[in-house]
Design a protein around this ligand. Structure first.
Ligand code: PLP
Length: 376
């Protein structure tokens, strides 16, 4: 937890659960990544944390923005981000939304299917388009593999088709999976990308851009390599596959920029046992899967927790949220221990919770309000 957040929590009583984000860390993470991949333009993935103060900091640092819907595009435009700094990176768009984005000046779009490129041809004539290729996201704690992208041979045909439809076949994108713990994955994806570049070249189409996606990790329970290690692995892989003919590069970090910048202040609502010789205590927090932590689904993302009694004897626990829903259990199998002194009313901090939390929280399930948020 940053000193700024610790001081804020010491001086203010926040109504819990509440996300507190240190904007200096947002800036720091952005600058560190920009330095690690100096040749790439950064498009911040707005969906990770679209709060106005976060967008403002990144806008002023010169970032571009990758959006997932017309609503995120409107949101960026409303915060003085010009359309030339926005990409419409979702591969699943309504034609009317493509037209609306185009009318507002957005000129960079993703696709991964024939039907989508037809829509783009009609609604965004002449726009720069890039094809997302399928990539098995081994090593990612939050994979993004099955739902997006297409095969290499299909991508080659779709990019060719894009040109016939009057679009500008600009490049190729992939996403190695979110919270990617293995920097070598980019090398595999770039190898495939280069093959596609070669195929297209043989057909007389010169692709110009590679979108390296997101995947840069936040620090959860498991230790991860530093941003610099990712940068080195990526730049080495780009040079290995493209040699002297380097394409324009884009990265789309979401979690890697916003994740470590925030913590969620929560409170223990109940601690109980289900029978007298139970091996584990149940600890119920005032936040759960519906309150902003759905990435605990299948215990995929394992947040670090801080309690007032850390360092004292601890025992096994099952950690759950406050709603009347059986799936609202955060951790049962991942081996979480919490101090035996932990008591009802204690504050517990969920670390590195700045990405994929506020916008994931439900609107009023069981009557609980959406996750509160503070930006300092
Ligand atoms: C979600 C998403 C990102 C951000 O991914 P992170 O792993 O959070 O960095 C980037 N690009 C696309 C297309 C996405 O859908």
């Amino acid at each position: 937890m940053s000193r700024k957040i610790a001081r804020y929590l010491a001086e203010h009583t926040v109504e819990t659960p509440c996300l507190v984000v240190d904007l200096d860390i947002i800036a720091q993470n952005y600058k560190r990544l920009a330095k690690a991949v100096p040749l790439a333009r950064i498009f911040y993935a707005v969906k990770a944390n679209p709060a106005a103060p976060v967008l403002g900091v990144l806008r002023d640092l010169g970032s571009n923005f990758d959006t997932a819907s017309i609503y995120e595009i409107e949101h960026c435009l409303a915060h003085n981000i010009g359309p030339e700094r926005i990409s419409f990176g979702s591969t699943i768009k309504k034609e009317c939304d493509i037209a609306a984005a185009f009318a507002r000046g957005v000129r960079l779009f993703a696709f991964d299917s024939e039907a989508e490129i037809q829509k783009l041809g009609r609604a965004a004539p002449g726009a720069q388009v890039f094809c997302r290729i399928y990539f098995e996201s081994a090593g990612a704690d939050w994979p993004l593999s099955k739902k997006f992208g297409c095969s290499l041979d299909m991508a080659a045909d779709l990019l060719t088709r894009a040109k016939e439809l009057g679009l500008d076949p600009h490049g190729v994108s992939f996403h190695v999976g979110s919270q990617q713990t293995d920097p070598a994955q980019w090398d595999l994806a770039l190898g495939k990308t280069k093959m596609l570049f070669t195929t297209l070249q043989e057909r007389g189409i010169d692709l110009k851009m590679v979108n390296l996606g997101g995947g840069f990790p936040a620090r959860y329970r498991k230790r991860i390599p530093g941003t610099e290690t990712y940068g080195e692995a990526i730049m080495k892989a780009v040079t290995k596959h493209f040699g002297n003919e380097l394409p324009a590069l884009i990265v789309e970090p979401g979690r890697g920029v916003a994740g470590d910048a925030g913590i969620i202040q929560t409170e223990v609502v109940l601690i109980s046992q289900k029978d007298y010789d139970a091996k584990k205590r149940w600890v119920y927090l005032d936040i759960g899967k519906f309150g902003g932590l759905p990435e605990t689904m299948d215990e995929a993302i394992k947040y670090r927790l801080v309690t007032p009694h850390d360092g004292k004897p601890a025992g096994k626990v099952i950690i759950a949220g406050p709603t009347c829903d059986e799936v609202d259990v955060l951790y049962e199998k991942s081996g979480y221990d919490l101090p035996l002194d932990l008591a009802v009313g204690d504050k517990v901090q969920v670390l590195s919770a700045g990405a994929y939390t506020t916008t994931y929280s439900s609107v009023g399930f069981n009557g609980f309000p959406p996750l509160r948020e503070v930006y300092i």
